[in-house]
Design a protein around this ligand. Structure first.
Ligand SMILES: Nc1nc2c(c(=O)[nH]1)N[C@H]1C(S)=C(S)[C@@H](COP(=O)(O)OP(=O)(O)OC[C@H]3O[C@@H](n4cnc5c(=O)[nH]c(N)nc54)[C@H](O)[C@@H]3O)O[C@H]1N2
Ligand SMILES: Nc1nc2c(c(=O)[nH]1)N[C@H]1C(S)=C(S)[C@@H](COP(=O)(O)OP(=O)(O)OC[C@H]3O[C@@H](n4cnc5c(=O)[nH]c(N)nc54)[C@H](O)[C@@H]3O)O[C@H]1N2
Ligand code: SF4
Ligand SMILES: [Mo]
Length: 734
């Protein structure tokens, strides 16, 4: 017998409960993709006799419409992979030897509590540090699941500015929050400017809306040093020198302002600082920007004119924009543009990166910043390698690291130091994982983690406006436990008794949102459980123009072209540092957007470029989700082995052909890959996707070994886009 999908007629029943009541052997369970991806697909899991037999997209979901991507459409194979970690393990051989013994959960938890107590006695709690990010994105098991525990412990605060932190600081300075356009309203856009985002791989479900707009006559333009599959599908590709996006954005403002293409009424009513901005951009002529960016003057002028006059126009920013020395100011400049041209007036106009703050998530209930000891040390995870190896001077050395929801060996820069640090025999490292990642290989204790089919969660989205509920579909595989349960067990062992440490998953769900917020009207836990997803209570996409009448949550209530809070200094949004607002760096910031050249480019650092003349990009892999899936057969087959794209000119100069084994290096490190000669990347620009596991590479190193640990100008964002390298032949093709 098949349990049908519950509909809103059964609004008080959950899918799992209802199905269980019938005693059915074949159940259909409503779920949500857990990944750190803007699409947050609604899923349907088929369970037969307690075994998940299929995971599909939920066709009823208006935005994701039943399609899962190549990463997740065989999720069952991830869940039941023979590579799963299924029980706790303790290291028995030297670090990294792969020798582990099976232990019980009680032994594991007791050992962690004992070691933590010893370390606290000898060195103080700051000798312990968590390392986590977004292995799962659920409100329960995701970003903040360990924050109350580590805050209460007094551990070093992990600053996790992996993604969008620089952009968020820029948005807060300019628009008050991340603002956002309903992606479904893109169909109404007349000009879609995709800036450093490879949507066809990284935000697949937005594309039908872009394509529909295109059918209705919109022009789609992609700004990217690489002719990506997204650029191929656009009407125009503008190839830009890496890290120079700010110059192009400033020049667009120059053209729009000097040619009188602003929406004067919108600027007058809903912005502050226009006169100052107009004066600032005087110097940013298209001629100047062309020298900087490599984009022809006429292309810059036309881009600015078409963007301004094709209303509503929308800009979709990707993460690469924030990832160079001036990334924050680049996002500030881009965030000024829609206000200048009045794009916010209509549905489908504005700027979109992550409409996350439309969701009234009850963050404090998950971060518990009040449990922090004021003045606790903060270390940014991008500098973990330095912190672990002594390259960063620390009063209290790090003696324990607790990793969950992350794979720092592959996702952090400075890979050689990271690995050296994790190899320290005196460092007590615990890794909670689904798989034996490069990081788990170096652990003292490995703890088995559940997948999404084995846990309860509730999801916001950073790519659409629907809340999604995830019912557990099956019992945990082996002895896997969810992150929420892991931290309940750890808190009990440490004797923490605040109510937040004993909450059940259902109690957490009840606290996930501010249910009384206007956006949640008509949405409650029962209705979510029954339908699986619900749209926030906002106007329909065809009518949704959130800033048509201004209403920006800045101090002035307007778009602050000249930011009133910039004088207070650079800051990191608390979400990215366990809720902490303490220890903000406070470097004063110029209130007007401006151009900061990349640290590492032939133009700005000629000496460095004489040794390392090529720029390295490490964008997302099509078939992996960050480093997740980098071990699974199907996805590895689709992604193929790691390669380095090299422009034909650069290849010829170096005697490189497709299939040549090359060494890519700079002063920080090196990695070895097969070259692919490819005109889709600009001369001077090389590309090697992130996400491949270190142990699957030719010489135990990924692009992360070459990336700098230096921050961008705002929000302590990383500078992956700001990396110079040289490439040399190791071996000719076979
Ligand atoms: N398939 C897949 N999807 C994913 C992910 C994944 O790993 N795989 N990860 C998810 C996550 S966490 C995120 S944050 C998003 C990110 O999604 P995107 O923002 O699309 O991120 P990237 O693929 O890193 O970069 C996008 C593009 O920026 C270009 N680029 C690099 N440097 C520059 C530059 O200096 N200027 C300009 N203009 N362009 C530049 C790259 O060539 C690339 O095509 O994707 C999410 N979705
Ligand atoms: N060179 C370079 N580096 C980058 C980027 C880049 O573009 N270039 N992008 C950056 C960006 S945008 C991001 S978002 C970060 C991503 O960095 P991470 O969030 O660390 O991403 P993943 O590599 O997917 O690692 C997540 C790990 O969590 C595990 N996991 C999944 N679910 C659970 C769970 O429920 N419990 C536990 N305990 N573990 C779980 C997965 O198996 C996986 O190994 O990487 C950053 N690093
Ligand atoms: S990774 Fe993204 S596109 Fe793929 S199924 Fe999950 S939410 Fe959907
Ligand atoms: Mo990300």
């Amino acid at each position: 017998m098949t349990a049908t999908m519950p509909t809103s007629d059964h609004a008080t029943e959950s899918a799992t409960e209802r199905a269980t009541d019938t005693g059915a052997e074949r159940l259909t369970v409503l779920a949500a993709c857990p990944h750190d991806c803007p699409d947050t697909c609604a899923m349907v899991v088929t369970v037969e006799n307690g075994v998940a037999t299929d995971v599909s997209g939920n066709r009823d979901h208006p935005y994701t419409r039943g399609g899962l991507c190549v990463k997740v459409d065989n999720y069952v194979d991830r869940v039941y992979s023979p590579q799963r970690v299924t029980h706790p393990m303790r290291r028995t051989g030297p670090k990294g030897s792969g020798q582990f013994e099976r232990i019980t959960w009680d032994e594991a938890i007791t050992e962690i509590a004992d070691r933590f107590r010893d370390i606290i006695d000898q060195h103080g709690p700051e000798a312990i540090m968590p390392c986590s990010y977004l292995g799962t994105q659920g409100i329960l098991n995701g970003l903040n699941v360990g924050d109350p525990f580590f805050n209460k412990l007094g551990a070093t605060i992990a600053e996790r500015t992996y993604c969008d932190s620089g952009a968020c600081t820029a948005y807060v300075m300019t628009m008050g929050d991340t603002a956002g356009v309903d992606p479904e309203s893109f169909v109404h856009s007349k000009f879609i400017l995709i800036w450093a985002a490879n949507l066809m791989s990284t935000n697949l479900h937005l594309w039908p809306y872009v394509a529909e707009a295109q059918r209705r006559g919109a022009k789609v333009v992609v700004v990217d040093p690489v002719r990506t599959r997204t650029a191929n599908a656009a009407d125009q590709h503008i190839a830009i020198r890496p890290g120079t996006d700010g110059a192009l954005a400033m020049a667009m403002m120059h053209v729009i302002i000097t040619e009188g293409l602003t929406d004067e009424a919108y600027v007058a009513e809903h912005t502050v600082g226009f006169e100052d901005l107009a004066e600032r951009v005087q110097q940013h002529t298209p001629e100047w920007a062309s020298e900087e960016t490599g984009v022809p003057v006429e292309v810059i002028r036309t881009l600015a004119r078409e963007y301004a006059t094709s209303q509503p126009s929308v800009i979709r920013i990707g993460v690469a924009v924030e990832r160079h020395a001036g990334g924050g100011q680049t996002v500030r400049a881009l965030a000024c543009l829609p206000a200048l041209v009045g794009a916010w007036r209509r549905p489908g106009g504005g700027i979109l990166q992550l409409p996350l703050w439309a969701f009234p998530v009850n963050w404090p209930a998950f971060m518990h910043p009040e449990l922090q000891t004021p003045g606790t040390r903060v270390i940014n995870l991008y500098r973990l390698g330095e912190a672990l190896t002594g390259a960063m001077e620390l009063e209290t050395p790090l003696k324990a690291l607790f990793v969950y929801n992350s794979n720092p060996v592959v996702v952090c820069p400075d890979q050689e130091r990271m690995v050296a640090g994790l190899q320290r025999e005196d460092l007590f490292t615990v890794v909670s994982e689904q798989f034996m990642t490069d990081t788990a290989d170096l652990a003292d204790l490995v703890l088995p983690a559940t997948t999404q089919l084995e846990q309860t969660d509730i999801m916001f989205s950073w790519g659409h406006l629907y809340v999604t509920y995830n019912h557990p579909a099956i019992e945990p595989v082996g002895e896997a436990v969810s992150n929420t349960e892991l931290f309940r067990r750890l808190a009990a062992a440490m004797g923490f008794d605040e109510p937040c440490f004993t909450r059940t998953d259902d109690e957490m769900v009840a606290e996930a949102f501010d249910w009384s917020a206007p956006a949640m009207e008509g949405i409650d836990v029962e209705s979510l459980k029954a339908q699986g997803w619900q749209r926030l209570n906002l106007p329909p996409a065809d009518e949704y123009a959130p800033h048509a009448e201004g209403g920006f949550p800045t101090p002035s209530g307007k778009v602050e072209l000249a930011s009133s809070i910039a004088a207070g200094g650079n800051f990191v949004v608390p979400l990215f540092r366990q809720g902490s607002n303490d220890h903000q760096p406070g470097t004063p910031v110029d209130p007007l957007p401006h151009y900061v050249a990349p640290r590492e480019s032939p133009g700005s650092a000629p000496d460095l470029a004489s040794r390392f003349p090529l720029s390295l990009r490490s964008p997302k892999a099509h078939a992996f989700l960050n480093s997740s899936y980098g071990n699974l057969e199907r996805q590895r087959k689709v992604q193929k082995e790691p390669v380095l794209l090299v422009n034909p000119e650069d290849a010829e100069e170096r005697g490189i052909e497709t299939g040549t084994t090359v060494r890519v290096f700079n002063d920080r490190g090196e990695f070895t890959v097969l070259a692919k000669v490819d005109p889709s990347t600009m001369p001077g620009v090389t590309v090697s996707s992130m996400g491949h596991w270190r142990k699957n590479t030719l010489a135990l190193a990924t692009p992360a070994s070459l990336n700098p640990t230096a921050f961008a100008d705002l929000g302590n964002a990383p500078t992956f886009s700001d990396t110079l390298v040289e490439v040399e032949v190791v071996r000719d093709p076979d």
